[in-house]
Design a protein. Structure first.
Lengths: 506, 506
């Protein structure tokens, strides 16, 4: 075994993936734990990434006719209770507001006062409170489809939390639509899943499988839940977005009725679909390396950083002028439909400066010293390549090809993730092979396990439950483009008509 | 008295301004009450306005070096208690989370369970929770200034609520900055006030007075509160934004210290500043007329609506083709730094359609019928003019001048508001005149009162309190550009060095 390469993050991914994840976030300055249990602070570098994600998704939603709105943070308990499965699914983990002021208590400290007649739940999701509005907004088939989205914070009182991946409060968007027929609602459910897949693959660089959840993994109250599933570098699955066909369940719960063209009154058909700050956790886990985060150019808070290098004041003046002019020119260039986002870091702190930006995952680092200027060149490092591997590029060539460079990085990280996923996806038909695939063999690296097993399943919830109990492995989804294929259930051996995706999951 | 003009809103402003306000909002489809006490639902037409406001302000913040971040929704009670005046100011009206799940109660319904060791307050403002992060982020003068903003929802449990103006939950931005000196912090406090004034005047078309609050009207915990105050059509004042110089109060409460260049440890100096969805209420009240909302073009959800007119299918085809082409061309034009936002309303519902858009306040209504097309013209109605006053404009002239038309409307509504404010602003030096100015004389129109009284005040809180008690009139602000002038306090007659702005207020 050779000597260990110097890397920016300790521990490395192979040493301790879970701890590496925490350290990568810390080193990138994207987010922080907060003093409030399970809640995170999203710092400027992390929030700028979220802003870019929001803008990209929001544009795509609006292009399909969706409009944004805003509904109350609080949901009366009685609303939640209107849909039996729904309340069952969320009652165990919701923040409950019971009072509306604070008063000096007997010991001098403040205590809750002004008890509410009906406690309010901080929204874990908004089907019931939005349904109440929809019931008022919809009266005729002419009002349909109704296509609404909101970008908000939600709270689910998680017991074990992890920044971005699972926090008590997180940011998300929730789309809610109402339709005149099951077909229209189903088509919208699929349309939004395709939109998510397209965004996550092309902007976040994460290859995903589009599929359908089994009954046990459905959104509480949904008839059907579609999802996109990505494989992280520890070969676990991450659900990166869901789109639910709610049938008439929530229309009945909220009394959303409409008059048809034939003047009959019918319950409407609804959908809901969401993505959240969890995608950021996925992005970090799928692309990051032992030097830190790798930002996909399409959503990176900045596309490149200019790093002026100088020793004397005289050099400084020359280098800074070259740098400012280059920055100005770059900022005028479009990369896809956004202008190039340029940072300038003129701190005189030597090599630590370059490492800071590597850890932050900025796609391009552009060093500019007196020697580069003499050659009218810049010295460029790419985040998808080793940190020492830098190239001198003529200044004007760089300006003209910066978009191509960014696209190359975007494609490279996607292909890398895809190759890794394909490598770790196996068709498994033998029960023993299946158990071996999901059983850690390397005692020193207990986190390394199989990946995605494409195996047959009879459709019985008890087989699913057994595998979950014995291996902590779940059916991530039944792929939408699944070929029909005869086989035998990996658990009980009964006949099955298609393979499903089994994996451990976040 | 002549016959009453037909208007879209009942009652008119002069009949019942408060009820007119509710009806205008309803007719414009901007927002709705919600089943949750004091919370509103912001509907797509209202939310699109908010999105435009956010984008304009956010760009301006960022241009001054501010970065966005996100901090927890929940604040532990103990954090709030760190600043004595602050907690005193907010304890009476905050939503308190005391439990983290729901359980079946004895009567079968759900009741709160899982009591928290320390109750959490839903943020009414975030100085204390953000201060906790800042204490970790700041260690040296090199870390300063720290310029952070967040766009979030906040909750203040108001007893008497009114859509947009005073709701238990509202949307806002809160900026929080940390500086190495009082001078820097004060300069930032003023800079942000100027930024607000510029935005509110130029984008919302609301003339404002920039001033300083008296001690009794300060933000709880602030050393100084600056504000912008606008006059509504009922001559009451509306505070449209505030910027607070917090001195070292919150730095001491949250332990935000830094090492100076001379290696001394000192407490930092902080500011905070905010604007909210309340601005939308102001915008409606200041510009709206008896036909509905009037949207300022710079932030209007849409700049214009195309209204195709046709009788036969044959006509329809021709008119729609002309309409689509015009829409496409208009959408390619920039108005300030945004593209023209075009709606097409092809509902075949006659005159009701035009009224719908008038009530929504869209700046331009563009009718397109077969006769217009024959003349290659469009028939344009402006929202700042009477609804019958429409003009035929050659199509290409319209395309080339649409930005000018919008700017004209923007300036007109600003000037109208400014003239009305100036008309209703009086220098008053006599106590009896002052009391008469603020005492309703017309029994049938009790809401009509004076406006802004520029009067002398000795600086004594008891005079301020007496006037507030007797007239429900407060000192809105001490104008920043106030000329020094000797006079006598309007209340007690003692000497005073400057006039202040007295008014009734929202």
């Amino acid at each position: 075994m050779g000597t260990k390469a110097k890397t920016a993050i300790t521990p490395s991914r192979s040493e301790d993936y879970a701890e590496w994840y925490q350290q990568v976030i810390k080193a990138s300055d994207m987010a922080d734990r907060s003093p409030v249990r399970g809640c995170m602070v999203i710092k400027p570098w992390g929030y700028a990434l979220w802003e870019n994600i929001v803008r990209e998704l929001d544009d795509r939603f609006k292009a399909t006719g969706v409009k944004n709105a805003y509904f109350p943070l609080f949901i009366p308990i009685s609303f939640l209770e209107r849909e039996a499965e729904h309340v069952e699914g969320f009652a165990k983990e919701c923040a409950v507001v019971t009072h509306h002021r604070l008063e000096k208590g007997p010991n001098g400290g403040l205590t809750p006062a002004g008890e509410l007649a009906e406690p309010l739940v901080v929204r874990p999701t908004s089907e019931t409170i939005i349904g109440d509005s929809f019931a008022k907004w919809v009266s005729s088939y002419r009002d349909l489809p109704l296509l609404i989205n909101q970008w908000v914070n939600v709270v689910r009182w998680e017991m074990r939390t992890r920044i971005f991946l699972r926090t008590s409060e997180f940011l998300w968007q929730e789309g809610h639509t109402v339709h005149a027929s099951a077909e229209d609602a189903l088509e919208r459910t699929h349309q939004m899943l395709r939109l998510y897949a397209d965004f996550v693959e092309n902007c976040l660089g994460m290859p995903v499988i589009q599929g359908r959840k089994t009954a046990s993994e459905r959104f509480p109250g949904a008839v059907d839940t579609l999802c996109i599933e990505a494989m992280m570098q520890d070969r676990k699955a991450l659900q990166a977005g869901t789109s639910h066909f709610l049938g008439q369940n929530f229309a009945k719960a909220s009394d959303i009725k409409f008059q048809t063209a034939e003047e009959n009154e019918e319950f409407a058909w609804t959908t809901s679909w969401g993505t959240s700050t969890r995608m950021i956790g996925g992005l970090i886990m799928i692309h990051g390396d032992d030097d830190g985060v790798i930002m996909p150019p399409r959503v990176s808070p900045a596309h490149l950083v200019l790093l002026p290098i100088f020793k004397s004041d005289d050099e400084r003046a020359k280098v800074m002028e070259f740098t400012s002019r280059l920055a100005e020119e770059l900022r005028g260039i479009y990369y896809h439909h956004n202008r190039i986002r340029v940072e300038i870091d003129d701190r005189n702190i030597g090599g630590a400066r370059g490492w800071d930006w590597i850890k932050k995952g900025i796609p391009l680092r552009v060093e500019i010293g007196p020697r580069d200027i003499a050659e009218n060149a810049v010295f460029v490092g790419r985040r998808d390549q080793a940190h020492r591997q830098k190239t001198s590029i003529q200044r004007d060539v760089f300006v003209n090809t910066v978009g191509d460079l960014l696209d190359e990085i975007q494609q490279n990280i996607f292909r890398r993730a895809e190759a890794s996923r394909n490598e770790n996806t196996l068709e498994i038909d033998d029960r023993e092979d299946f158990y071996r695939f999901f059983t850690p063999t390397n005692v020193e690296k207990p986190e390394i396990h199989g990946g995605f097993a494409l195996s047959h399943w009879c459709g019985d919830a008890s087989c699913e439950a057994k595998i979950k109990e014995e291996l902590a492995v779940t059916i991530r989804c039944i792929p939408l483009d699944n070929p029909a294929e005869k086989g035998r259930c990996i658990c009980c051996g009964k006949p099955s008509g298609e393979r499903v995706v089994f994996a451990k999951a976040y």
